[in-house]
Design a protein around this ligand. Structure first.
Ligand code: SF4
Length: 273
């Protein structure tokens, strides 16, 4: 049986390895090992981010053909938020309903499109996989690849109330692209802040990373995930993964292990726990 490790999981792993494992290996841990993990809904931030990504991709395709894209951005963001809302969104103080989410996603998309350069040899939304050995597979969905002034870049769009550091994710992308025989010179993140609807949209922030450093970071996380999952398959004990109850995401809204036998660090209901 193949075990998929997604590049997008690498950056969160060290925040709480046990939560990351519960999310990554939800089916195996609950079905094969009988732990009572609880599915969690999509956060408002993730829902807005997904809508923004879809809108940017659609707009870049139109822009490359010299066509207008403003209406398409609006249509795509509204459709995406509606689709995610059907499965459930955990609203927050910044994004509290569908209309706000769609509006934020659209203006974030425009903020990025306004500064995003015309690249050469562009590839949008590429899916890559690589064999990590021992039946583990690394998988990643890369937003954009392209040459910028003869520099081979991987470009990733991020949004959120707070900027996070995602070096291992980008290192994973670099490993995937290079293992497919293609060149990577630079990893670039374009971050746009999610702010309340009455506040002006801040301009995007660009961060760049060297592929070699990011790949080393990604490898270190990948090796840990592999060895800890193998240890869990031998022992069946959640204690192969360190819990971090101090994590900002330690909440029943974001963690499938919260208040379950898989992680008893926190209880859902202290009176009945
Ligand atoms: S309940 Fe908190 S400590 Fe336990 S796995 Fe979830 S996030 Fe980590």
């Amino acid at each position: 049986m193949e075990t998929i490790i997604r590049c997008s999981s690498l950056s969160h792993y060290s925040d709480c390895p046990r939560r990351a494992a519960a999310k990554m290996f939800f089916s195996e841990i609950s079905e094969k090992y009988g732990f009572d993990l609880t599915p969690v809904n999509t956060s408002a931030g993730a829902a807005v981010g997904t809508a923004m990504h879809k809108a940017i991709e659609a707009a870049l395709v139109l822009r490359s053909r010299g066509l207008p894209y403003i209406d398409e951005v609006k249509k795509v963001t509204e459709a995406s938020i509606l689709e995610t809302a059907r499965e459930g969104i955990i609203w927050d103080d910044t994004t509290f309903d569908k209309a706000t989410g769609a509006m934020q996603a659209a203006r974030q998309a425009h903020a990025i499109l306004d500064i995003f350069p015309e690249l050469q040899e562009v590839s949008i939304e590429g899916e890559f996989t690589a064999d990590l050995g021992d039946d583990f597979i690394l998988s990643g969905h890369i937003d954009i690849r392209g040459k910028d002034n003869d520099v081979h870049t991987i470009q990733d769009f991020k949004s959120g109330v707070m900027a996070r550091v995602n070096i291992p994710q980008y290192g994973g992308y670099s490993l995937l692209v290079r293992s497919a025989g293609q060149k990577v010179d630079l990893l670039r993140e374009i971050y746009v802040k999610r702010v309340g609807k009455t506040k002006p949209q801040p301009a995007p922030i660009i961060k760049e990373y060297e592929p070699a450093m990011a790949e080393n970071f990604a490898w270190a996380v990948i090796k840990k995930i592999k060895s800890e999952m193998k240890a869990f398959r031998n022992s069946g004990s959640p204690w192969v993964w360190l819990p971090n109850p101090n994590s900002m995401m330690c909440s029943e809204h974001y963690c499938p292990a919260y208040g379950t036998k898989f992680c008893k660090c926190r209880k859902k209901d202290l009176k009945n726990g």
